[in-house]
Design a protein around this ligand. Sequence first.
Ligand code: BTN
Length: 267
Amino acid sequence: MDPKEALDADQVSRRLKPSHFIREIEILKSAPSTNTLLHERAGREPLEPGILLAAEEQTTGKGRMGRVWHSEPYQALTFSFLCINYFPSKPGWITLGAALAAAMAVEDETGLSPGIKWPNDIYLEGKKLGGVLAEALCSGDQDLVVVGMGINVNSCPEKMEAQEGLSPVCLREVHGSALDRSVLLAAILNSMDKILGQMAQGETHFLLNALRKRSLLIGRPAVFECKKARYQGKVLDHTEDLGILIETEIGRVVLPGETATLIRFQP
Ligand code: BTN
């Protein structure tokens, strides 16, 4: 297939079941950032959950922690959707759910098995394949969240900010042939629909188990920062509330997910 084939909203929609949480798909040729655009729209008019904006090109794509998100036009998936945040006081769950949805969909479509680098990165062969940026949105009495996702599909961005010193990877490079981005987008949304269905029932344990299976950190030496202190040691586990259990020189420490930041790890 032509690796630069445009995204096709109808093809994506046809692959979603009628009760799917996504109700509206808009594909833009270019946008500054699909996350920013959804927030701006929500500032002008009340938005219902289920809107998806994808852009063939982002001119000022945003990553986590103030980073820039680079992608090649017509080669990546860069999209954001608005959905209910079932755990607004624990924003880590929706971020993790979206990262896992992407990893599962990539596995279904290609047979490759991406890993998750806590809290939001999708990795393949030790390199960054994609990431999730979830940003809360206050709209009336609903807890909504803009979930943005970037996946390197058919090429890697030439300039991608070095993160923990690791380079990016794209699916085509590992899979060996170009992928249909519309098919992959639908697969990611279908995984996300299942995950949101379970979250709506109040369940998160399945996400923790899925993270443990795909975790890039468990068993590896890593350095974290938490409330201005540095912690170094072997990661033992991800905890029930998405914290990190680490074996340091002074013993075992649990770092809370909300305040701990990964500085580096040894892949
Ligand atoms: C990260 O790994 O730091 C998160 C990257 C998130 C990038 C996506 S691309 C679509 C959406 N719009 C943005 O500006 N960012 C997210």
